[in-house]
Ligand binder design. Sequence first.
Ligand code: CA
Length: 243
Amino acid sequence: MEGAMAEAPRKILIVEDEEDIRSLVGYNLEAEGFAVVDASDGERGLHLAAKERPSLIILDLMLPGLSGLEVCRLLRAQEDTASVPILILTARAAELDKVLGLEMGADDYVTKPFSPRELVARVKAILRRAYGPANERPHESYERGWLRIDFDTYEVYRDGEAVGLGLREFDLLKFFVRNPHRVFGRSQILDLVWGHNVYVEPRTVDVHIRRLRQRVERDDTRPTLILTVRGVGYKFNPDALEE
Ligand code: CA
């Protein structure tokens, strides 16, 4: 297990048989920090709704097999999913009265074709209404063993104590945390952390690694977290956090 997100991102279930729309919507939601699961038919959608416990369901009305209306009704009828917000996707306005009425209780709708921006805005508005503003976008963080990082506030804690990191050291740490167990050479690290168009000596990496170790290692003379791989470069060893 790698470090889990301290607060999981909100999960959205998309039930839509058109693959293009499914991936477009999924892509745009993920870009906004949501976790996405999807289903191409109603049966699978119901199964995932019960299993994945999404915070919101985007439901297409025109589905093969079980229709969107039936899916909506079944979601509302089951205790587990009775109160999960539902956003309807539809090309036809005719069925909307029914689906938005008390009988079905969908929360909102978007008619096709729609802009992904508009859809994401609707999703956020419904989530805000259902769960309150604080839940719209949880702080992104990393927590494992004796290390905690808040990526939004740039705070890093070692054994519960705040350690001040320079911006570059913070970026380095973030990079390592997201790429555990992999060995990176100095020039790779320069490319990936500093960027392609920056001219700096590869030795610069060593300087920043040394500073980072001084802050986050328990004993920087014997690093266990950011390891030197002789002749190659460095790697991040999250297992050391459990020791
Ligand atoms: Ca459809």
